[in-house]
Design a protein around this ligand. Structure first.
Ligand code: PEP
Ligand code: MN
Length: 593
């Protein structure tokens, strides 16, 4: 269990002004919410940089951290007016003084408090401003997911009767005008937030280490006792007997265990302190459950909120289990759903809302074959031409591709048809020469974790089509993308091409559920290759429709002038007319942006 110490002067930036650590930080809401403002304030104080990752719920924040999508998460746990924020009480934190400010839509003359009929905000914030809201009897208070959403939607409505309670940052971000400030029921209103990381976190979050001195530390625990006289008293006297002060106590009935009661307690002291360890040992004998939430610096906890260093604490494994920590700082989608990368392949944009269809043979077999296919793909509305020249075949006796001759023929067909070309690069020594004449370099499923090859293509200027390995998890795919991105090549397109499962009816199992997951987790465009996914011609069309409907940014399809004669993957090759028919059908399905 470790936690963060504030820098000696919490207000000073890191040495030489450059933030030392970059971390992805999950928070509830959208940019502009109070949680987001708290993150920014903390980042400035600690000299760290946060890549914000907005989440739709408190659980979403915890999940983002535990699933490795974020290095740290921020949750509110306690408000001085509204009380314990139970849902957020999964960690412990730093104090953030905030001033609630009420805003209405700008640029519309005549917005006044008197004119308001609706005020949106987070439910806790509405509770904090209860007295002020009671002075506006004609105004309905509408709870919304977070204050950022309140501000954004009030602004977008253009309605002068609709206001929001949000931070000054949200007002500036969404262009709102201030109508009243300091409207919380008490001017010293503050919320404690908890910034937490997964236990055993690797990466930047692990660089926060606790100091050796135990002064000014707090530990938050949850314990349950039987619902009988004296049970709570026994627990509290154990803390007292070990000279440990309980500074907060909040009760909660245990769902499904009516005969028990649970309590959240903040106790002054550090877990590593012997007194604390002894107290916990004794506590275990008189409680029916005991979880340590976290241990953190509390030197500036209320009532001294102005010097408010943040802390990072572990989430106790007993409370939230299983934390595998992988981070994808470059591949990860950051906050806003609409921030997505657009990768240019020649003059074709991938990932910006237009659905791209790439067609071509599994392998280039002859000049006639690739030229005819290029014509057919272009005529049907395909936008890129694929064709393998170096083929990763299971058997060394199977057709291995035409090699450099194939690359040259593909380049000729690409020039003739005007379609940018796609071809697989199998080894580092092919990269440079391939990059000279192929527009989109493909890393095949079998090479997805060939890390040296990934690094090599990361050094080229060419966009990369990274296919998911047949036994690779989504995390592994994103980690592979990170290898390319971290070498400085930002132009990565992912491709789901089916994974190995117990199912043998299809060549692979096309994992279309990966598409919404990837759309949520990464800003990189994602294509689907149903050809290798199912391996059977007649099942490709329905999966093309499904892929588009589920949010893929395009398709990679194998097309051959005469599939029966194909030197490789003939069973899954579409004829020219199959391909044309699929492109036509897909026009009827709307693209997701
Ligand atoms: C290919 O697209 O030609 C190919 C070999 O696919 P995968 O790497 O997905 O098997
Ligand atoms: Mn193939």
């Amino acid at each position: 269990m470790t936690s963060v110490q504030p820098s000696t002067d919490p207000t000073s930036p890191a040495e030489n002004g450059t933030p030392k650590i970059t971390m992805t930080a999950a928070f509830e809401g959208i940019e502009g919410s109070y949680s987001h403002a708290v993150l920014e304030a903390y980042a400035a104080r600690r000299g760290v940089t946060f890549i914000p990752l907005g989440c739709p719920s408190y659980r979403g924040v915890a999940h983002a951290v535990l699933a490795g999508r974020a290095d740290v998460g921020l949750l509110p746990v306690d408000n001085a007016i509204a009380g314990t924020i139970r849902e957020g009480y999964d960690t412990l934190a730093f104090t953030n003084r905030k001033t609630s400010v009420i805003f209405a839509v700008p640029n519309v003359p005549g917005a006044t408090i008197e004119g308001l009929r609706e005020i949106d905000s987070h439910p806790v914030v509405l509770a904090e401003c209860g007295r002020f809201l009671a002075t506006l009897p004609d105004v309905r208070s509408i709870p919304v997911p977070d204050t950022g959403v309140a501000a954004r939607d009030a602004a977008a409505s253009g309605d002068v009767t609709r206001g929001a309670i949000a931070s000054a940052g949200a007002a500036a971000r969404y262009g709102l005008v201030e109508l009243a400030s300091t409207i919380a029921d008490h001017p010293d209103n503050f919320t404690r937030f908890l910034l937490f990381r997964a236990p055993n976190a690797l990466g930047p979050a692990a660089e926060f280490e606790p100091a050796d001195d135990f002064t000014n530390r707090k530990t938050s625990v949850i314990f349950a006792v039987p619902n009988v006289p004296g049970a709570l008293g026994r627990c509290l006297s154990i803390f007292g007997a070990h000279d440990l002060n309980v500074s907060k106590l909040d009760s909660k009935s245990r769902l499904g265990a009516a005969e028990q009661y649970a309590f959240y307690a903040d106790v002054d002291g550090d877990l590593r302190d012997e007194r604390f360890a002894d107290a916990l040992r004794e506590l275990r004998d008189v409680t029916s459950a005991l979880h340590i939430i976290g241990c953190y610096d509390a030197s500036t906890a209320p009532p001294r909120p102005r010097r408010a260093p943040a802390v990072v604490v572990d989430v106790a494994p007993a409370v939230v289990p299983k934390p595998a920590k992988i981070s994808f700082p470059k591949a990860q989608r950051q906050g806003d759903e609409h921030v997505r990368s657009r990768v240019m392949v020649g003059n074709v944009a991938v990932g910006d809302g237009r659905f791209v269809i790439i067609g071509g043979p599994c392998s280039v077999e002859s000049r006639d074959q690739i030229l005819a296919t290029a014509d057919a793909v272009a005529a049907a509305g395909g936008v890129m031409l694929r064709g393998g020249a170096f083929k990763p075949r299971t058997s060394p006796y199977a057709f291995q591709g035409l090699g450099w001759e194939g690359v040259a023929l593909l380049a000729e067909a690409s020039r003739a048809s005007g379609l940018p070309s796609v071809s697989e690069v199998m080894s580092i020594d092919q990269v440079e020469r391939m990059a000279a004449s192929v527009d989109l370099l493909q890393i095949g499923a079998r090479n997805m974790q060939n890390f040296d090859l990934l690094k090599a293509v990361g050094k080229t200027e060419r966009p990369i089509l990274l296919k998911r390995g047949m036994a690779a998890s989504i995390d592994e795919l994103l980690s592979a993308a990170e290898y390319i991105l971290s070498e400085g090549n930002p132009n990565v397109i992912l491709c789901e091409r089916g994974i190995r499962t117990f199912e043998t009816a299809t060549r692979n199992t096309l994992d279309l559920s990966a598409i919404p997951v990837l759309r949520e987790r990464t800003h990189l465009p994602v294509l689907v290759d149903p050809s290798h996914g199912v391996g059977v011609r007649r099942w490709i069309a329905p999966l093309c429709r499904a892929a588009k409907a589920v949010g893929a940014h395009g398709l990679l399809l194998e097309v051959h002038p005469n599939p029966a004669e194909a030197k490789c993957d003939g069973d899954q090759a579409l004829t020219f007319s199959d391909f044309a028919q699929i492109v036509k059908e897909l026009n009827a399905i709307p693209s997701m942006t």
